[in-house]
Write a protein that binds this ligand. Structure first.
Ligand SMILES: Cc1cc2nc3c(=O)[nH]c(=O)nc-3n(C[C@H](O)[C@H](O)[C@H](O)COP(=O)(O)OP(=O)(O)OC[C@H]3O[C@@H](n4cnc5c(N)ncnc54)[C@H](O)[C@@H]3O)c2cc1C
Length: 380
């Protein structure tokens, strides 16, 4: 499908279905409302075909370039039809699961996820293994027909809504670092999994601490090779920084326009406002230019890698500049006001503080750029 025709058809369909796809709640809504609406939007897109383009036929997709997926999320975010966060899980996890999981497992499990009938989550971080992911200790011991997983994960987003989890486990010796890690696709309702949600600064139960107590995972749920989980993780991380960020960039552009509209409505034409807006917009454009190139490399079949750390650095800066400008220019709205618009600005401002942390911290991204792209030498 030609991308421009696709975008035209998509835009026409979204125009026709605007009311039906709009969130039924005001503002950010509760987490339950947001997740129910996310499922509704995904299902509508899937049933209309738009949610199946850009995915291979092996998982019930309709084929075509990954650019088509970038366009769908972009249009949805520009129109404010669905929060991008739950959606990220698809773009982060599915490409790697298609590549590394057994064909029949991906064929059976991916379509319900693409249709919004299921949610998945990512179990990587542990209390003592975040930036230093290769030191993870959650253990998978071989047993008849599979593995028994025991250990702890933390910051697992959306697990309370999820049916599956892409889990990194230790299968090698305790000190085997990245050589002894295995990735498994685990059913979240398996006996032995318990979790306690953790509240974020913006008052949502976005993620959880998760305990695994002898959780049985069958052999066919192996993703990649046994002890080959590091390769799986390294494949996932660039996806986390490509299509997903393009979608988020569209949300940032919309919120930048909202800020301009707010300032104009309040008669603020000051130099201070112009300067802060200019900086924020410049950062957004810098990110978008870079990410556009990333989307095209992905579409051309190139393997994404460490260079996507640049995308992460740029979107983090853009997000912080934009919502920093919001707080500075709206004079107390973020801190004190209680109407729906103020609550949305507050949510966005507080969530922007997570941008330099999730998906690899800002310091780690800069280390990667310094060492692996600029060859500036080893860590001292
Ligand atoms: C909103 C949100 C959602 C998340 N969702 C998930 C999820 O779904 N699944 C999941 O597995 N994880 C998730 N995470 C966790 C995230 O991946 C980790 O928080 C992140 O990798 C950092 O790890 P850490 O928190 O252990 O911090 P640490 O690694 O302990 O880092 C603490 C500080 O030290 C700095 N630091 C560490 N090492 C170095 C170094 N070598 N050089 C310079 N500075 C260094 C870091 O930059 C940071 O500032 C989420 C996090 C957030 C904020």
């Amino acid at each position: 499908m030609d991308p421009e025709t696709f975008r035209r058809d998509l835009a026409a369909w979204l125009d026709d279905n605007a009311n039906e796809l709009a969130p039924p709640y005001k503002g950010a809504g509760s987490m339950d409302e947001q997740m129910a609406h996310y499922s509704h939007v995904k299902r509508s897109l899937y049933d209309a075909g738009f949610g199946r383009y850009g995915w291979p036929e092996s998982v019930d997709g309709l084929g075509g370039s990954p650019l088509l997926r970038a366009m769908v999320g972009e249009e949805i975010n520009l129109r404010g039809l669905c929060d991008p966060n739950p959606w990220t899980m698809i773009e982060v996890l599915v490409p790697t699961v298609i590549e590394f999981a057994r064909t029949e497992v991906a064929a059976a499990l991916v379509p319900p996820f693409l249709r919004g009938d299921e949610m998945w989550c990512q179990g990587f971080s542990e209390p003592d293994a975040g930036s230093d992911l290769a030191s993870l200790t959650c253990r998978a011991a071989k047993t008849d027909g599979g593995w028994l997983v025991s250990g702890q994960k933390i910051w697992t987003s959306f697990i309370q809504y999820a049916q599956r989890c892409v889990l990194l486990t230790r299968t090698g010796e305790p000190n085997s670092a990245h050589r002894g890690i295995t990735a498994l696709l685990v059913d979240v309702d398996s006996p032995g999994i318990t979790y306690s949600p953790i509240e974020t600064m913006h008052g949502r139960l976005d993620f959880a601490e998760v305990h695994y107590d002898e959780v049985f995972v069958p052999t066919e749920r192996l993703i990649g090779e046994e002890n080959g989980g590091w390769q799986v993780a390294m494949d996932i991380l660039p996806y986390e920084r490509s299509t997903t960020f393009w979608h988020r960039g569209a949300l940032l552009h919309r919120r930048c326009s909202d800020l301009v509209a707010h300032l104009v409505a309040n008669g603020d034409r000051s130099d201070t406002a112009a300067k802060a807006l200019g900086h924020a917009f410049q950062s957004l454009v810098a990110f978008r230019s870079r990410s556009r190139d990333t989307q095209h490399r992905l579409a051309n079949g190139q393997q994404l890698g460490v260079e996507t750390s640049i995308d992460k650095i740029l979107i983090t800066s853009a997000e912080q500049q934009l919502f920093g400008a919001v707080r500075d220019l709206l004079g107390g709205v973020v801190e004190f006001d209680d109407d729906i618009d103020a609550a949305m600005w507050r949510t966005d401002y507080l969530y922007s503080k997570a941008a330099p942390i999730y998906g690899g911290t800002a310091e780690i991204q800069r280390n990667i750029v310094a060492r692996r792209l600029l060859d500036l030498g080893p860590e001292s």
